[in-house]
Design a protein around this ligand. Structure first.
Ligand SMILES: [Zn+2]
Length: 409
């Protein structure tokens, strides 16, 4: 299939961060041409007065929990996890599928084209990704065997999931050890072994709360990142999630190993974790920062536009300095940085990149478009429901705000 997007404001996110008024031509699953294009296409989208943007990449969620939103509000992480684990013990595959469908639809409708997930039963979530057409980096959750509600050994389950999906075009499998308080050294090193054997990424919650750091120091004499460094777990293939409570020494350890960062400001604030991820120091040390929503139970939506705004505001407020973040930096986190972290040929609108593109209509919000304010509008003014078109892997999934292949009731 070929698609021609006509006459839009194209936020390319290329090396020069160019914004062009023009057209984008897509053939099959790739962006073939950008500029003023004279070509026939099977599907033509008029993007006049619209913003054409690389699809957003959500680097941390638990999409199978989306149907549980509103179940554990206004409690700290400890209580939150107790409620979740009790609930999850009673959930079957159909519940997880239903949750995943809800969450994936919300992401596609609000401008996300790729997400990274952490959960058990990722085979069910893979089915939901294929059914709806989103790009999923699905991390099978691993905890110590005595803690799991999964049937069988989580490590073995993760390995067979990776084997099953490693050649898929939309689903990329990975392994997701849950946290230092649920995974022993042995479990972590075995997870790493599996990741190395199949060449996959690893993702893990790290230093989300002060309590986690305190307990881990009590147990091991070391802070989580120090300990992970000592056991040889830090690597460029690791996406560390949260990373809120860090010392400068730990930031250096992360930077030395080029660990990628998934920043989840909305979830951190909602759970009252306190403080803020040390973004300024992390950027100073060259860490790749990306953004995640976390689950709909600790957010309570999967709208990456909201996460972009919160990310920017949190650090300005924390530092008493409005200049520590800027809108371009935040758009980078949600697009090109995330693509780099995943090793995905996307995150910008350039020839040869995967056709993962969204088109935003600012009209319902009454926002006039001006070229030099587009990036500002994206971060500070728009929300996910301004998304009019969502294209993933060269397929139009959402058109004029509606799912294209969904039957009308
Ligand atoms: Zn999480």
């Amino acid at each position: 299939m070929s698609i021609l997007i006509k006459n839009g404001w194209i936020v390319t996110q290329d090396g020069k961060r160019r914004i062009i008024n023009g057209d984008v031509y897509i053939e099959e699953n790739l962006i073939v041409d950008i500029g003023k294009i004279k070509v026939e296409a099977e599907y033509v989208i008029d993007a006049t007065n619209r913003i054409v943007l690389p699809g957003l990449i959500n680097t941390h969620t638990h999409v199978g929990m989306t149907d549980m939103r509103g179940l554990a509000d206004d409690v700290s992480l400890d209580n939150f996890l107790q409620i979740m684990w009790k609930e999850e013990g009673e959930r079957g595959k159909e519940d997880i599928y239903r949750g995943a469908i809800l969450g994936i639809k919300e992401m596609l409708r609000t401008g996300t084209t790729t997400f990274v997930d952490m959960y058990s039963d990722e085979d069910v979530i893979a089915r939901a990704c294929k059914d709806l057409g989103i790009r999923g980096y699905l991390g099978w959750a691993v905890v110590d065997e005595e803690l799991t509600t999964q049937e069988g050994d989580p490590l073995k389950n993760a390995e067979s999931f990776i084997r099953e999906y490693r050649d898929d075009d939309l689903v990329t499998p990975l392994i997701a050890p849950h946290a230092v308080y649920t995974c022993s050294e042995e479990t972590l090193l075995k997870s790493q072994e599996i990741a190395e054997k199949y060449g996959t990424l690893i993702t893990m919650h790290i230093s989300e709360t002060r309590r986690e750091v305190y307990d881990h120091r009590k147990k091991t004499g070391m802070r989580p990142v120090e300990w992970l460094s000592k056991i040889g777990f830090l690597s460029e293939n690791l996406i560390g999630v949260h990373l809120v409570w860090l010392t400068l020494h730990e930031i250096k350890l992360l930077a030395e190993r080029d660990v990628k960062v998934s920043h989840n400001p909305t979830s951190n604030m909602k759970l009252g974790n306190g403080g803020a991820m040390p973004l300024v120091e992390m950027l100073d040390h060259g860490l790749t920062i990306t953004l995640g929503t976390d689950s709909a139970v600790s957010n309570n939506n999967l709208d990456m536009f909201e996460v972009m705004k919160f990310a920017s505001l949190l650090h300005k407020n924390e530092r008493w300095d409005a200049s520590v973040t800027n809108a371009q930096m935040i758009v980078d986190f949600a697009t090109i940085n995330a693509a780099k972290a995943l090793g995905l040929n996307a995150g910008s609108i350039e020839e040869g990149k995967l056709a993962d593109i969204i088109i935003m209509n600012p009209e319902p919000s009454g926002i006039p478009l001006e070229k030099n304010r587009l990036i500002s509008h994206i971060v500070y003014s728009l929300n996910g429901l301004n998304t009019e078109y969502t294209i993933v892997n060269g397929k139009i999934i959402v058109a004029q705000g509606k799912f294209l292949n969904e039957k009308e009731d």
